[in-house]
Design a protein around this ligand. Structure first.
Ligand SMILES: Cc1cc2nc3c(=O)[nH]c(=O)nc-3n(C[C@H](O)[C@H](O)[C@H](O)COP(=O)(O)O)c2cc1C
Length: 163
């Protein structure tokens, strides 16, 4: 049996055995610029009131701006949006350059072609270890009949490949 202290690599790998979808969480920064990053720590929390959460690494370049933003948008990626996921996980510069997006509630960017989108009013930010947990109330949501992009064991997966 491992412990979190004696094998951090194994801890990451073992957490990665939980299969997830992939989202891009967005908001508008205090200067009015769009910001966002790739996130799989999204989860439903409550139906009434309608609440969801996501977790942000405290080393994020955007930590202060996400804490200031009153609204965030969760863009749940479709199977054909892997390039978008990579861009928002790695590009250091303007991740929105050349992209098509619309301002949702509070200005948070919403992308076309997703499986689903949730526009949130942020209610709470909790400090939790090296991450910050944001809880938001769903103000608007939308879904489309598209296969999702999946992430498991450090790799992208697709429902189609599972057959
Ligand atoms: C599939 C996937 C899921 C990720 N999930 C999260 C997450 O839940 N929270 C987080 O803070 N970073 C997550 N990341 C890492 C960030 O996307 C990445 O570190 C990004 O460069 C952070 O950008 P920023 O510092 O500009 O915010 C994930 C990356 C990938 C590829």
């Amino acid at each position: 049996m491992s412990t979190p202290q004696n094998d951090k690599r194994a801890l990451r790998n073992t957490l990665g055995r939980f299969a997830t979808g992939v989202t891009i969480v967005t908001a508008i920064d205090p200067d009015g610029h769009p910001m966002g990053l790739t996130v799989n720590s999204f989860s439903a929390v409550s139906l009434d009131p309608a609440l969801v959460l996501w977790c942000l690494d405290n080393n994020s370049n955007n930590l202060a701006a996400f804490k200031k933003a009153t609204h965030h948008a969760i863009n749940i990626l479709a199977a054909d949006q892997q390039d978008l996921s990579n861009r928002f996980a790695t590009w250091p510069a303007d991740r929105f350059a050349g992209l098509d997006w619309q301002a949702g509630v509070g200005g948070a960017p919403v992308f076309p072609g997703c499986c689903a989108t949730f526009e949130l009013a942020i209610t709470t930010a909790y400090e939790a270890g090296d991450h910050t947990i944001f809880i938001g109330r769903i103000e608007n949501f939308e879904q489309a009949e598209r296969d999702p992009l999946l992430f498991f064991a450090g790799q992208y997966r697709s429902i189609a490949a599972l057959g």
